[in-house]
Design a protein around this ligand. Structure first.
Ligand code: TXA
Ligand code: MG
Length: 327
């Protein structure tokens, strides 16, 4: 059901008053506040329980709005924006003075992205200003891909939710830092390093894999998406190889297994949640599947390790490994 213009205008009024509005994007739902309103931005940190050294992405409606929040817009930013915006590529560039330091966690860079979703764009345009938007989940947990997921986590008085249906991509944007001469992928996403290479003519560096390093106290984190444990469901999660199925299926307690092999099944109350064999479809289904698994209150969520490599599979594997990491 398309959203009425009056709902978008009401949402923009809330943002203007320092309020919080959850909005759909093509990746996951964001928890929005006026990026230039420090009170609103602080409210987002508080609602998420997000440490203040984790910077937030600033969502813009187009390239000209992006230029208002950055201190420099190099040619490579133009080329990447032309190629991928609106879309799931976030660019980290020097921060303009108008962006409150709380947004960038005191760091020198601001992350900007133009979401490919008509509701997100309409909201930004109605406000006339950029909107911060971390994923609309309590810090460290699974990102929401439906309005219902957001409503389950936040009080409707504090957070107005714009329902734009299920998110298409299902995993978060690719984060690419352009702060150094050599572009660095800080977080993998559905825009792959290969696609970025084709536009730049050189391959971006991929920031070190899973790490558990905490930055020095007070220092901004390089990227919270790089924390070892992230995107985690409530239940413990384990990855298994297809050859380990017999061990998983004989496990004790209630097991929910996410499997790509359609032949697998488990005795109730354990259950198999079938997963698509295509990377893009798998990404779109993953977070809802983890939530469905959690809802069954299992002792273990067992996820068949996808065999696909490259492209979107690498981003999927990144999320699964962080979900499985010790907490
Ligand atoms: O797809 C997405 O990116 C979603 C939708 C709502 O746009 N947003 C999202 O935001 O995933 P969040 O806050 O959950 O993740 C933001 C990622 C984090 O890994 C964070 O470290 C990185 O972007 N980030 C944000 N600002 C940054 C900055 N100034 N420098 C480096 N990394 C930054
Ligand atoms: Mg997040």
């Amino acid at each position: 059901m398309p959203l009425h213009l009056s709902t978008i205008l009401e949402a923009a009024d809330r943002l203007r008053a320092g309020g919080v509005v959850a909005f759909p994007t093509e990746t996951v739902y964001g928890l929005g506040a006026d990026a230039l309103n420090e009170d609103g931005v602080r409210r987002v940190f508080a609602l998420k329980g997000r440490p203040s050294n984790n910077p937030l992405i600033v969502h813009v409606s187009d390239e000209s709005m992006a230029k208002r929040v950055v201190g420099a817009w190099p040619d490579i930013a133009s080329r990447l924006a032309s190629a991928f915006w609106p879309g799931p590529l976030t660019l980290v560039l020097p921060r303009a003075a108008c962006v409150p330091e709380v947004v960038t966690a005191g760091g020198p860079g601001v992350a900007v992205r133009c979401p490919d979703h008509p509701v997100a764009i309409a909201l930004i345009e109605a406000l006339g200003s950029p909107i911060v938007g971390p994923s609309a989940n309590p810090s460290g947990r699974v990102s929401p891909t439906t309005a219902e997921h957001v409503r389950a986590a936040f009080n409707s008085i504090e957070v107005m939710v714009l329902d734009g249906g299920a998110c298409r991509a299902g995993i978060e944007s690719t984060v690419l830092s352009l702060l150094d001469p050599e572009p660095i992928v800080l977080r993998r996403g559905v825009v792959t390093p290969e696609q970025v290479s084709r536009v730049l003519g050189t391959a971006p560096r991929i920031a070190g894999g899973i790490n558990s390093d905490s930055p020095p106290p007070g220092a901004p984190m390089p990227s919270p998406g790089m924390l070892r444990s992230h995107y985690a469901p409530e239940a413990p999660l384990e990855l298994f190889e297809p050859s380990e199925w017999s061990r998983v299926s004989r496990g004790t307690g209630v097991v929910v297994a996410l499997c790509m092999d359609p032949a697998t099944s488990l005795e109730p109350p354990s259950r198999v949640i079938p997963m698509p064999a295509d990377a893009t479809l798998y990404a779109a289904a993953l977070y809802a599947a983890l939530r469905d698994a959690d809802a069954l209150r299992p002792d273990l969520i067992a996820v068949e390790r996808p065999r696909g490599v490259g492209g979107v599979w690498d981003a999927v594997r990144d999320r699964l490994e962080r979900a499985a990491a010790p907490r």
